[in-house]
Structure formats: C-alpha cells, structure tokens
Design a binder for this molecule. Structure first.
Ligand code: UD1
Length: 420
C-alpha cells in the first residue's frame, strides 16, 4: 500500500491548477445513461473514484472512450446489462447514482445495496422513497435493490426529510425522463447539483430551480447527444487554501471557481488570510502570520461543507486560540482527530463536537488515513509538523485528489509517495 512521506517545512508558495470536481463528474457520468447518443464529458479528474465509475459503466455495457486530454466519450446506447454489482458498489457509494437514470431509461435496475462506511451509516432511504413516489416498485433482495417500473416513471411531488446531495441528484436524473412534472422540495443546493442540472439541460432536459431548495423537472421523452465540461473541484480548491493558511503561505489557484466557496473563504479570512479572487482564480496570502482559530459548524450548502471539516480542524490545531467545531451532516466524521492528537494536537471530542486548543507546532508521527477528507487533514498536519510524517493508507486520498503530491511539490512542499 502506498504511503506519503511529508517533511514539515516552510510556507507553501506558488501556483497550481485545480482539477474538475469529483462530486460533479460522478453524477454527470451517471447521467450519460439517460442520453440516446454519445456524451462528451471534459475536465474529468484523474481519480480512483472516476475509474470505478468507468468500470461500473463498462460492466453495464456502456462504451467509454477517453482521449489524452481527459475528455471522455460515453455512449450508453450499447448498454446490455442492468446490474451494478456488489464488488464495485462496495468500493464507491456514489455507484448508487446509476439507479435513477437506469430505471428511468430502461424501466429496470438492480444495484447492490451500499453498505455503511467510515463516516457513518449513510442510508439510501431517500433515494428509494422518491423513486417509489414516481411509480417504481423497489425491493431489497439478497443485498441488492431491485427496481422496476411498467412504462415510464411518473412525475411526483417529493419533499425530502433531510437534505441529501445524492438523493436529489438521483431523483433529478430519474425525473428527467419521467412522464409529467416532478417537484423536489428541500432539495440539496450544492453547486454539483446545479452542474448536473445544467448538464441534463444541455442534453435536452427541462430542469429549473437547481441551486434553490425547490427543483422542478418537466420530464421529456428522450435526451440527446451533447458535450459538457465539469465544474472545478471546490473541495480540492479549499483543501489547498487551508494548507496555505496552516503553513502561513501565499498561493494562487487557477481554474477554480470562488463563487462556490463563500462559506469557506469567509472562515479562512477570519483565520487571517487575505484573499483576492477573479472569475476563475483565487489567491490567498497569510503574510507569514500564524492563523487564528475559527469555530464553525458544518451544514448543507451554502453552509460550511462537511467535506472541509477535517482540513479546517487541522488548521485550527496549529492556530492561535481555541475553536469549537460541530459536525452536523455525518455522524462519525471526527475520526481523524485521534491521529492529529498523536501528532501533538490538543483536541477533545464529545459526540459530534470537537474542541481545539491550538499549539505552536505539531510533531511528525506515523499516521493512518481513515477516509478521503481525513487523509487530506493529515497531509496538512504533516506539512506543518517538525520532522517526517508518514501517512499510511493513502488510497483514500487517491479517490479524491488528483496528483496530490505533484501539486503540493509545485507549491514547494517536501512530499513524496513511497510505493508500498
Ligand atoms: C455527497 C458527497 C460527499 C459529501 C456529502 C455531503 C458525492 C459523491 N459525495 O455524499 O462528498 O460529504 O454529499 O455534502 O457527491 N442520508 C439519509 N438517507 C438517504 C441519503 C442520505 O439519511 O437516503 C443522510 C446521510 O446519512 C447524511 C446526510 O443525509 O447524514 C447527507 O448525505 P448526502 O447528502 O446524501 O451525502 P452523499 O450524497 O452520499
């Protein structure tokens, strides 16, 4: 198993390019199942989760062709199988996103039931309830979700009990080909939901209201071929910004979208960063100052993203003062804190609340990544620690950060991969 070796050092400095968004590319690739012709998707990040989605599409019979610019041509007209198998779904929960489009287009889908994961139980009840309201019959048998519908799905009025990004996306894709109008209330407002809606509309769909809590989808008979460029990854962007804050650095990120990062930029400014932005770039300068501790609570968009909680906790670990962090989205997402404490951080956890007292410096230690964003927080900690930190189990990082060591090297960090 590969590891990352990080020698803690000075401030990050320099410029890098931000990749396409994993959490946007995954649903968009699933949405290509809805189209009657090939869909060219560009700005796809080179990541393990994306490869898993290609494998999943491939095993459904879909033809996936990639060129050297990471543009992917997906032709779902060759689909010849409706089963998303356990082996793939267990490695990536987002595999559930093929359920809605496959059911809407072919009237039948069999998708392995995703299990729990390191950050909580993460059920899919909202996905299934919504599809049932649209006329699908859904049964769980032998660890699989068997969904079918006679004819087309029907438009429905769906009110989500809690805000779910995945359920909003799955139901929006299903509704794109349903008969009549679907209204999703209490929908997720994440930028990735908006990106997916724009992609569906590019292919001839009729989705409005994405980005607000009420999405209205007028079902169409078919979607056509087209091309779509995936938005920049806001979590990757924010992770590098947080690393620059922790190391008291100055960096510029290109091909980023500051508009999707309001809550994060506000917190980083509160931590002492000077931030300047353009349409597609963000520059952050700590003027070599130690960051100030910042309290926050995670919440669905436009709130502070749960996917940035671990990284900002690592910043707080070396900040001046103390902070309280409340994780409201997932039940078990403060797991990285034990590892940070092994590096000398002073953080106590009570249920979903972490109390951090910043220390001047961390000390290098061997640490273990437990999930994608937790691993990013350990890299940030390693960058500011005295000595050489080894982060184990970095396959989690490769699920969500493209060329992480190259990008950090470009910013002057001493980081390298040790093949395992
Ligand atoms: C997506 C993101 C993930 C991010 C999360 C929250 C992708 C591929 N992943 O995950 O990076 O951390 O949004 O911003 O886009 N829930 C239910 N029932 C359901 C569905 C969800 O109870 O049927 C709960 C979950 O357990 C969780 C909360 O709703 O507590 C939010 O989860 P959700 O927004 O669905 O997360 P994902 O779409 O899985």
């Amino acid at each position: 198993m590969d590891k990352l070796l990080i020698s803690g050092g000075g401030p990050l400095s320099g410029e890098i390019r931000i990749s396409g968004a994993k959490n946007s590319a995954l649903p968009i690739l699933a949405a290509t199942l809805l189209a009657d012709g090939p869909v060219m998707v560009s700005n796809i990040p080179h990541l393990h989760d994306i490869t898993t989605m290609f494998e999943l599409l491939g095993c459904l019979g879909v033809t996936v062709t990639m060129n050297e610019k990471m543009q992917v041509d997906v032709d779902a007209t060759t689909l010849n199988n409706h089963i998303a198998p356990y082996d793939l779904v267990k490695t990536m929960r987002a595999s559930i996103l093929v359920l809605g489009p496959m059911l809407a287009k072919y009237g039948v889908a069999k998708v392995s039931f995703p299990g729990g994961c390191a950050i909580g139980s993460r059920p899919v009840d909202l996905h299934l309830e919504g599809l049932k309201l649209m006329g699908a019959s859904v049964e769980i048998d032998g660890g699989y979700i068997n969904a079918s519908v006679d004819g087309r799905l029907r438009g429905a009025h769906i009110t989500m009990g809690i805000v779910s990004v995945g359920a909003t996306e799955n139901l929006m894709m299903a509704a794109a080909l349903a008969e009549g109008q679907t209204i999703i209330e209490n929908a997720a407002r994440e930028p990735e939901v908006v990106d997916l809606a724009q992609c569906i509309n590019t292919l001839g769909g009729r989705v409005s209201g994405a980005g607000t809590s009420t999405i209205v989808i007028d079902g169409v008979l078919s979607l056509h071929r087209g091309s779509y460029r995936v938005m920049p990854d806001r979590i990757e962007t924010a992770t590098y910004l947080a690393a620059a804050v922790a190391t008291r650095g100055k960096i510029k990120l290109k091909d980023a979208n500051p508009k999707t990062l309001g809550a994060v930029l506000k917190k980083l400014q509160e931590a002492g960063a000077t931030i300047t932005t353009g349409i597609d770039w963000i520059q952050l300068d700590m003027e070599k100052k130690r960051p100030k501790a910042v309290s926050f609570a995670t919440a669905p968009y436009p709130g502070f993203p749960t996917d940035m909680q671990a990284q900002l906790t690592a910043v707080n670990a070396v900040a001046e003062g103390s902070a309280v962090i409340v994780e409201t989205v997932f039940e078990n997402r403060l797991v990285q804190i034990n590892e940070l404490n092994r590096m000398g951080a002073v953080i106590s956890v009570d249920k979903n609340t972490a109390s951090v007292t910043g220390v001047e410096r961390l000390k290098a230690a061997p640490v273990m990544a437990s999930d994608l964003r937790a691993s990013a927080s350990l890299v940030i900690a390693g960058l500011v620690a005295d000595g050489d930190t080894v982060v184990d189990r970095i396959y989690h990082i490769d699920r969500g950060y493209e060329c992480i060591e190259e990008k950090f090297q470009q910013l002057g960090a001493k980081i390298r991969r040790i093949p395992g």
